[in-house]
Design a protein around this ligand. Structure first.
Ligand SMILES: [Mg+2]
Length: 257
């Protein structure tokens, strides 16, 4: 059908939208089902946790059960037919590396906490660990990112993933591209056989020719994302979210019915 064997697709704003009904077009379900009948694997590559992936599938009524969920911009799960399970040893290593990271970045995290305390940004804590920030506006998050950039130099392993007003701290080696790379290694599917689509900052690490030969973004993608996709010869759709993903799939796979 084509050389594409793996789809790595962001969920919110890419497969589904929340700003206008319907959340996704019926055509998207048809196309994904056609591809999967032909052996193409589907990975949702998202900033959501695995629990919130399940919740989103339920709330949106998205009827296609993904083969894989790459979650929190770093973990790799496989659907075993009845439940999500760790795929290989990646998630355990990921957790260990993050435990080490957060132990070593205490002074940086304290500076960020103090900087944000008088602001309207909401800090969030995961297992008592200061893990991220939700701002009230995009401009406020721009400022927060600028602040972190001025402070992070001594902490080379410290990174973060931004999705509009949401920010999650992470080890710099972990992002959607790294999670996709591990999935490709485990499934023996190459970047040459991979399609990737996303709409926000946290998608940029996978919207890279080193990760996927077939790049796409919907029309609602951030300007930075549209530029990255277009500069690499990828497909910038004229329609938004799942409607745009349909366009992209038809662009790359003309044999789709
Ligand atoms: Mg998104």
């Amino acid at each position: 059908m084509s050389q594409i064997r793996l789809l790595s697709v962001d969920f919110d704003g890419t497969l589904v939208r929340n700003w206008a009904p319907p959340p996704f077009p019926g055509e998207l379900v048809d196309l994904l089902n056609q591809l999967r009948r032909n052996g193409v694997l589907l990975a949702i590559n998202t900033g959501r946790t695995i629990r919130l992936v399940e919740e989103a599938l339920g709330i949106t009524g998205f009827p296609v059960r993904p083969d894989f969920a790459l979650t929190s911009e770093r973990e790799v799960f496989r659907w075993n037919g009845s439940a999500w399970e760790d795929f290989g040893g990646w998630n355990a290593r990921c957790r260990e590396e993050h435990d080490t990271l957060f132990r070593s970045c205490g002074p940086l995290l304290e500076q960020i906490e103090q900087h944000l305390a008088p602001t309207t940004a909401r800090l969030y804590y995961d297992e008592n660990r200061f893990s991220g920030v939700v701002s009230t506006t995009n401009a406020e998050m721009d400022e927060i990112c600028r602040f972190i950039e001025t402070k992070r130099h001594e902490f080379s392993d410290f990174g973060y993933q931004r999705n509009s007003i949401y920010l999650r701290f992470c080890h710099a080696a972990y992002h959607k591209g790294a999670a996709l790379g591990e999935l490709q290694r485990l499934t023996a599917i190459s970047s040459e056989e991979t399609f990737a689509a996303g709409d926000n900052f946290n998608d940029l690490p996978m919207l890279n020719l080193a990760c996927a030969r077939f790049l796409a973004c919907p029309s609602n993608a951030l300007e930075e994302v549209r530029a990255a996709v277009s500069d690499q010869g990828g497909f910038v759709a004229s329609e938004d979210s799942g409607f745009g993903v349909c366009e992209a799939l038809r662009h790359y796979i003309p044999s789709l019915a």
